[in-house]
Ligand binder design. Structure first.
Ligand SMILES: [Zn+2]
Length: 153
């Protein structure tokens, strides 16, 4: 992950119970991840989707806030923030770091702040949900599965 450290933008990873950012109107805002009671659980699996770690934890696992202005979520300064929900299990947190840092943050830095390639592109068409950003999806799934492999072998 040389790119994450070679770039001028610093990537700050905070593990806690909230994300904070400036909203569209530049107002400081906090979003609570909730606590352990707010996490639902499904059967653990050996393969992840983009949103759910293999631990089966369903909840707000993490959030990346880019150093941009005028978006729904904007960094409070020039740094890129990755917020991870501390109520997730150790492996769930590690997989969410892979999602946020190796997915969103990596692509943001690699493509010079290109938001289109760094963010999810959810679309609902004809009764189906599409996850349109295949480059991001692949990085996220590969990263999360690698963490799972490393932590279970
Ligand atoms: Zn994401």
């Amino acid at each position: 992950m040389n790119l994450l450290s070679a770039n001028k933008t610093r990537v700050i990873i905070e593990v806690g119970n909230k994300a904070y950012f400036l909203d569209k109107n530049n107002n400081y805002t906090e979003y609570s991840f909730g606590d352990k009671d707010d996490i639902d659980y499904v059967e653990p699996t050996d393969f992840t989707t983009t949103q759910t770690p293999t631990t089966g934890e369903l909840g707000y696992g993490g959030k990346t806030v880019f150093p941009v202005k005028g978006e729904l979520y904007n960094s409070v300064n020039e740094n890129l923030y990755v917020f991870i929900n501390s109520a997730f299990s150790e492996e769930g947190q590690a997989q969410m770091i892979a999602h946020e840092a190796y997915g969103h943050a990596y692509l943001f830095l690699k493509y010079g702040g290109n938001l289109k390639i760094s963010r999810h592109n959810y679309q609902h068409k004809n009764g189906y949900n599409f996850y349109g950003n295949r480059i991001l999806n692949k990085r996220i799934i590969d990263g999360m599965n690698e963490v799972h492999y490393n932590m279970s072998h």
